[in-house]
Design a protein around this ligand. Structure first.
Ligand code: CMP
Length: 138
């Protein structure tokens, strides 16, 4: 079993799609072992996406991620990181496969409904930004 970190983004929470996204996650065999709805501060969003701070879309990304609440989650499965990336689909929803979360729900590359960790190492870092071990119940 391994873990990945997920965010259901403001474009999805705004449209009341938390349950719909979770249904796709669970149908794919990922278990939601921790979850909370939070409003990110600008400092939290900037820290979370620090790796992108030189990218031209950084300002817009931080603005979008702090505009409405998000749902942060820990997902568990065998090979959770690649499994969730497959379930999410490509970053750009125009390139996402049928049946993926981004194909089903995303509005654009910026408002792409979900975030998922890109490696086990980053999953551990991202999980620790939002959850204590006691809050993760498998
Ligand atoms: P996410 O997986 O959360 O990681 C960084 C986010 O930046 C990405 O999803 C997109 O929502 C957002 N983003 C906006 N524009 C771009 C872009 N041109 N390339 C990659 N990511 C982008």
């Amino acid at each position: 079993m391994s873990r990945t970190f997920s965010i259901i983004k403001p474009d999805a929470t705004r449209r009341n799609l938390t349950g719909a996204v979770n249904a796709v996650i669970e149908a794919a065999g990922l278990r939601i072992v921790a979850q909370k709805r939070v409003k990110l501060s600008t400092a939290q969003a900037e820290a979370f996406y620090g790796v992108h701070k030189e990218r031209p879309f950084f300002g817009e990304l931080v603005k979008q991620m702090t505009a409405e609440p998000v749902v942060v989650q820990v997902l568990e499965a065998d090979d959770a990181v690649p499994k969730y990336r497959a379930v999410m689909g490509a970053t750009n929803p125009e390139q996402a496969d049928e049946g993926t979360i981004r194909k089903l729900f995303a509005l654009s590359i910026g408002e792409n409904s979900v975030h998922g960790s890109d490696s086990d190492e980053n999953a551990a870092i991202e999980i620790a930004q939002f959850f204590t071990e006691e809050e993760i119940v498998g």
